[in-house]
Write a protein that binds this ligand. Structure first.
Ligand SMILES: [Zn+2]
Length: 256
């Protein structure tokens, strides 16, 4: 499994793309997890083919995680994509996404490829990918995702404070990404992750690699310094490429 960090920024970051990941398997099947406003350009910068991405998964529909959908669908339509696209979302959040999709070729109501809208559930299988999702605590219901292919497991929190359910999905992951909005501890009812809690999870779960992301620009410098003593804990960055071929995963340097 290969992981391509398209973006790891907070909603209004001046330095980073909005947070999203591309996940690829050996057969070059590809998932895009979240698609905020700056993600289409990040994909275009990578080149690739119009039919490359098989599946979009939305953790939740806050604008910084979904409003790139319109431009991406418009681009694929313009380039005559043929492959049907699968989009997983929480069913109650789908009306937001169908409106974004409707704008992609407005006033026409169809695209030149089909969209297969599917409900996010607790667990399902796609090809040989085993998917599990669980709620974090966030202003809007957010579902963290765990993807396992063979012996390789990736965890991605989406937004929100870890919960017992999301922590269970993080356990055993070779690579985990956790939203971390604050360098210092947030209140017990906060709807975001913070560094002390992330570090505690890293130690408790003995995670080989924990990437912190969706951090406000203002804390990036100090957060990198706070991670320094902990081998395996790092501040994620746009362009990071990660290959999970054996345990632990190996980072291939991307642009810092
Ligand atoms: Zn959010």
């Amino acid at each position: 499994m290969k992981i391509d960090v398209l973006g790891c920024g907070s909603a209004f970051s001046r330095e980073q793309n909005t947070s999203a990941l591309r996940v690829m398997d050996e057969a070059n099947r590809q998932w895009l997890i979240d698609c905020g406003p700056t993600i289409p350009r990040a994909l275009w910068q990578r080149g690739g083919e119009v039919n490359d991405i098989d599946v979009l998964y939305f953790t939740h529909v806050h604008p910084d995680h979904c409003t790139g959908l319109t431009a991406l669908l418009n681009y694929w339509h313009s380039l005559s994509r043929q492959k049907a696209l699968v989009i997983y979302s929480q069913p109650q959040q789908r009306p937001v996404l169908t409106q974004l999709a409707a704008l992609a070729n407005w006033p026409q109501t169809t695209l030149c490829f089909d969209i297969d809208w599917r409900d996010t559930t607790d667990a399902w299988t796609w090809h040989d990918w085993h998917i599990q999702t669980a709620e974090t605590r966030h202003e809007l219901t957010n579902r963290a995702i765990r993807i396992t292919q063979g012996e390789q497991t990736l965890f991605y929190s989406g937004d929100g404070c870890p919960t017992a359910g999301s922590i269970a999905l993080m356990e055993g992951a070779a690579l985990a990404f956790q939203e971390c909005a604050s360098l210092t501890a947030l209140s017990d009812d906060a709807s975001h992750g913070d560094f002390p809690a992330c570090l505690a999870l890293f130690q408790q779960l003995k995670l080989p690699a924990l990437g912190l992301y969706h951090c406000n620009d203002a804390i990036l410098h100090d957060l990198r310094a706070a991670c320094q003593p902990w081998e395996g804990v790092f501040v994620s960055y746009d362009g990071l490429q990660y290959a999970l071929s054996n345990l632990p995963g190996t980072a291939e340097e991307g642009p810092a």
